[in-house]
Design a protein around this ligand. Structure first.
Ligand SMILES: [Zn+2]
Length: 296
């Protein structure tokens, strides 16, 4: 693992859904409210991060509660990373770039460097899914957005995160003033693709990916107990799950142990769960993994 604070057994990410209630309606797609899309996306991202063994904290308990910007950033105290998820707006209806924003303060080398890396890597990951160009903006903490001589609250979330020693970034997932992008973001399937791409990029940044690929987890049940895997999960944990299912006489389809949790593996997983009297939800969490490993 890398980019985690001392004493953490897994990375901790604080997710902020940006805005609450019904805020920022799209002028070109009337069903679209930025606040609602951000909220869904942050929930999908939380699920995917947890599947990689990353612990997630959310800044707000429910979608309707408003919370001051700096306070949201400060919710990331003791976390390894703070992320605020957004969709941009512009007067130009053709604006479509993907934006990562990070903040720099003088004399905070490591936090600032990590913030920049994350802004870049997530802008790239989102851009690849949405087929648009990535951009990264570096803002000083003293940004005066409207030129009134005062620090504005626009980047308050990042200032709040920084004040508690957590690197952070704001990610703008395209523009809701752009019809094609607003429509793209109205699809849950597309939001899930974004969540998967962002989670994979972050797992890699935390050094989790390599660990999964580099070592067999079959002989390490304690490791397996740490993560929940489900439809769409990939990697060594899925290979271990498939091997255990096959050992118990369940088929994982023609491709066998392929490290990808598809419909056939999911169906076997559900059969196994119901045979064991477990919740047949197709999600291999601690109880299912223990049962597969023969724990009682
Ligand atoms: Zn926003």
């Amino acid at each position: 693992m890398k980019n985690v604070k001392k004493g953490h057994s897994c990375p901790v990410v604080c997710l902020d859904a940006g805005h609450c209630g019904k805020e920022n309606r799209s002028p070109v797609a009337s069903d679209f409210y930025e606040s609602e899309v951000n909220w869904k996306l942050h929930n999908f991202l939380a699920e995917r991060l947890e599947a990689y063994g990353i612990s997630v904290r959310k800044t707000r308990k429910d979608q309707k509660t408003d919370m001051e910007l700096t306070a949201r950033g400060k919710q990331s105290k003791d976390a390894d990373l703070f992320l605020s998820l957004h969709v941009n707006a512009a007067e130009n209806a053709n604006a479509n770039y993907i934006l990562g924003i990070h903040m720099v303060e003088d004399g905070c080398g490591e936090i600032d460097a990590q913030s920049k890396q994350v802004a870049e890597l997530l802008a790239n990951a989102v851009a690849a899914i949405m087929g648009a160009k990535p951009e990264v903006w570096t803002k000083r903490s003293s940004s005066d957005r409207d030129g009134n001589g005062y620090k504005d609250d626009y980047y308050g979330v990042l200032r709040g995160a920084h004040s508690v020693g957590t690197p952070g970034a704001i990610i703008e997932h395209g523009f809701y003033t752009n019809r094609a992008q607003a429509e793209f973001l109205l699809s849950d399937e597309n939001l899930k693709k974004l969540a998967e791409a962002e989670a994979a990029a972050l797992a890699d940044w935390f050094g989790l990916q390599q660990k999964e690929q580099g070592s067999s987890l079959i002989g390490n049940p304690y490791k397996l107990e740490l993560v929940s895997i489900r439809r769409g999960s990939r990697g060594a944990q899925v290979e271990a799950l498939q091997a255990l299912l096959i050992c118990r006489g369940y088929s994982c389809g023609k491709s066998g142990i392929d490290g990808s949790l598809g419909p056939e593996t999911e169906s076997s997983l559900k059969q196994f769960q119901s045979a064991m009297g477990l919740d047949a939800d197709g999600i291999a969490g601690p109880a299912t993994m223990k049962a597969l490993l023969g724990y009682r």
